[in-house]
Design a protein around this ligand. Sequence first.
Ligand code: F0G
Length: 463
Amino acid sequence: MHFRTIIEPFRIKTVEPIRRTTREERKAAIVEAGYNPFLLRAEDILIDLLTDSGTGAMSSRQWAGMMMGDESYAGARSFYRFEAAVQKITGFKHVIPTHQGRAAERILFGSMLKPGDIVLNNTHFDTTRANVEYRKATAIDIPIPEARQPELIHPFKGNMDLEALERILAEQGEKVPLVMITVTNNSGGGQPVSMANLRAASEICHRYNKPLFLDACRFAENAWFIKVREEGYADKTPLAIAQEMFSYADGCTMSAKKDGLANIGGFLAMNDDELAQRCKAMEILGEGFPTYGGLAGYDLEAIAVGLEEVLDEDYLRYRIRSVEYLGERMDEAGIPYVKPTGGHAVYIDAKAMLPHIPWHEYPAWALSVVLFLEGGVRSVEIGSVMFGRQPDGSEKPAAMELVRLAFPRRVYTQSHVDYLAEVLAYVNGLRDRIRGLRMVYEPPVLRHFTARFEPAHGALVEE
Ligand code: F0G
């Protein structure tokens, strides 16, 4: 086709109204929520970009598939459909369904880690890190150095630092039971990992006899970036690219709430028979029998269809383009963000936007709250609130202070993105008047979910 406009490749069959509120209403709501966007009622939000996890719209084929769900306790037809869909893409021998991604992490680390062990990853997502640390092991992030420079453009900023990988395996290999690579690298800006990096990391891991697992939540988006950015892949299908990505790994954890296009679900998959036995034993303790793993038969059907739809080229082109489009609007407004735009989200660089707010007054958190207050937009902080508390009890600044605007799949249209760009430009105009926050309640783990705050200097946005 010679027309350039990239459209949403679907039409809308069911609609869910969203509600405009006044600034006064939003002010009352955020005060009530202890200045924590996680504690807001979703009804009070106009555009919810808190996460792309479980928030997507399912297709008519998925809903139809759900009617075919087989709810048998063991050996359900839906399980075999699900297993075949996963195996077609990953090639892994054992497929263990779980209620979501972190359950796969808990089972994997529960079966493989002992106290004192080390897990390497390009960047651990927060639940991945928490599940490693829960086993009294150490989670070490080894992204390429370029990943820590928000302004720098690099086609595969999600890559793992291969020298660091080799060095740590050479020096402390006996403590490393597995290596993980997160595709795309969520906490590092939704940035992709190249095929060359996956291949080389796999070669190093296998030379040291270490299994490589992918955290595959956004494998299809990663495959798309490989197709459009890496030499030799332009003519390959996203499916063929995904298959090659998985061929370098020995297993994966997956949250089907992302590139499974489902509202709930996940899985753990691997080739090792003995490890699979141990994982299935743990699965029964926490998730359920290994052919349903905490899911209904109809959930398994929705995921099986979702895994197929997510590799559709029109879908992936639209998906990645809508995120890029927001980035272009932000460039016009002079708003600093992690470049280039990622697969599922745009990450505003709050450290650059609000240099007058010190890290211990949580600049990215403050910005996230102001986006809700001014525009009814919910985002999430990926900064010193999420990552500042250390296992030894001390508090340290996070590597970056980011606000993530994550795009639910197949939910919002271009006019929503235009509105969002307008809100961002408006808030950027207020930047000098935005002030920091003080944490007044801190829970013992994963503090960002339930912490409560107050403005550190009277008002959050100075009059
Ligand atoms: N790994 C990555 C890279 C993730 O982004 C997530 C979830 C998980 C693992 C855990 O999966 O939520 O199904 O248990 N990320 C969501 C997010 C929550 O907002 O980025 P889960």
